[in-house]
Design a protein around this ligand. Structure first.
Ligand SMILES: [Zn+2]
Length: 422
């Protein structure tokens, strides 16, 4: 056993030293969750070459050369890397830690839903510094209610967004319906993705038929109390292929729904470094004191039924095969970057969503959102060499997603234990 471990370690050292040259990599005898269906391809081998998945076959059938790195995946599981579809970047030096922690958690794609942070400089820095350990980032330009543009102004904004190579527009809020119409008209003309918060003041039917691509936090839906009306809106959501990113964990944490003790059962709580947990506990206690327990309890009472309704809406969207995105919106205590997505997966499971659908929302559906399903989101020959290796099968129990031990991005390997110290 010791020999095997040493062998594995020396292979990884070689791997790190030669990462620049991108040697071929084979993960041998592993169980593959390709995400093309819910089957597990048992005991097969995967060849990564030049940043792509080159072949999936029996080990002896795979081409090798003397520089090929071979890792033994026996008894383990390989699946596509995860997409965190609702994340925010801080402006400070903490960005690099945030990105690294995402990689450690198995995140290979990050949709950045920023608001006030100027992203162009950050984007330039990250793109010129190849030593930053990072998922592939999708950048947004934020729209807030103080932007009162006419169609021509939005038109030139779209040109700027495309020039800066930004991937989409995130709506925080819109001034009014006319501004919304102007925005959508220009975005559709320039084929720029618009998504984000539900634009308050615009009817949900209009939003769903406008080309708006994803709605965050299940807003808009949560205001519909009539069952048949909700059914009709869900039908329309499906027909117009509008995505939803529920971010249940945002409700759980921002509304104190896990007060007083439930938060201690969070996957993040039990898997995060001790130092983080201690910091969170201190901050949480201070926050509770500041709010006052009476206010916390009142808030909880008011928001618990809304949360339960959101669980039902999510289940109904899933049952109707609507497009769903996994996003965990980490921003406060007990929500560690990257690892919070594992918690959000468990939140969906608690809402009655099956494990395959949960994993789809973090892999192939996000790829489709960015019109990139030909490039990533499944383990198939020709796709980008992005994957994660897990000790246990998340299709058996979604909490097994926390057993991710290695993340592969563009054929480069990163061990969780080297990125995050427990
Ligand atoms: Zn957010």
């Amino acid at each position: 056993m010791k020999y095997v471990k040493l062998f594995f370690f020396s292979l990884l050292l070689t791997l790190n030293a030669q990462a620049q040259q991108q040697n071929d990599l084979i993960i041998k005898n592993i169980n593959v969750i390709a995400m093309t269906n819910s089957e597990v391809l048992k005991n097969t081998s995967v060849l990564f070459s030049n940043g792509k998945i080159k072949a999936i076959a029996d080990f002896k059938e795979l081409p090798k050369n003397k520089k090929t790195i071979i890792l033994n995946g026996k008894g383990k599981f390989l699946m596509p890397g995860l997409a965190e579809m609702h994340s925010h970047l801080p402006i400070s030096s903490k960005v690099d830690t945030l990105l690294m922690e995402n990689v450690a958690a198995g995140i290979t794609r990050l949709r950045i839903m920023n608001t006030n942070t100027p992203l162009v400089a950050l984007k330039n820095r990250l793109e010129s510094n190849s030593s930053t350990i990072s998922p592939k980032l999708y950048y947004s330009h934020s729209i807030t209610r103080d932007i009162d543009y006419n169609a021509a102004q939005f038109d030139s904004l779209m040109i700027t967004i495309k020039k800066n190579n930004f991937d989409f527009i995130k709506v925080l809020s819109v001034a009014n319906e006319v501004v919304f119409d102007n925005l959508m008209q220009a975005a559709n003309k320039h084929q720029v993705i618009v998504c984000g918060h539900f634009p308050v003041g615009v009817h949900i039917e209009k939003v769903l038929t406008s080309g708006y691509k994803s709605i965050e936090h299940l807003a808009g839906y949560d205001k519909i109390t009539n069952t048949s009306e909700l059914g009709k809106i869900i039908e329309l959501t499906k027909e117009k292929e509008v995505y939803n990113c529920p971010t249940l964990d945002w409700d759980l944490m921002s509304k104190n729904l896990q007060y007083p003790n439930e938060y201690k059962n969070r996957l993040v709580y039990n898997n995060a470094p001790k130092q983080y947990v201690n910091q969170w506990e201190t901050k949480y206690k201070a926050d509770l004191l500041k709010q006052g327990i009476a206010t916390v309890l009142l808030n909880q009472q008011k928001n618990q039924p809304i949360f339960e309704y959101k669980q039902k809406i999510l289940k109904q969207l899933s049952d109707n095969n609507c497009l769903l995105l996994m996003g965990s919106d980490p921003s406060t205590f007990f929500q560690m970057n990257g690892f919070n997505l594992h918690q959000e997966m468990y939140n969906w499971s608690q809402a009655g969503i099956d494990n395959f659908s949960i994993l789809k929302a973090a892999t192939i559906t996000p790829a489709r959102f960015f019109n990139e399903e030909q490039l990533w989101g499944t383990i198939e020959v020709g796709k980008t060499a992005d994957a994660i290796m897990l000790e246990k099968n998340p299709l058996d129990d979604i909490r097994n997603i926390t057993t991710v031990e290695m993340t592969i991005i563009n054929g480069k390997t990163y061990l969780k234990k080297n990125l995050v110290k427990k």
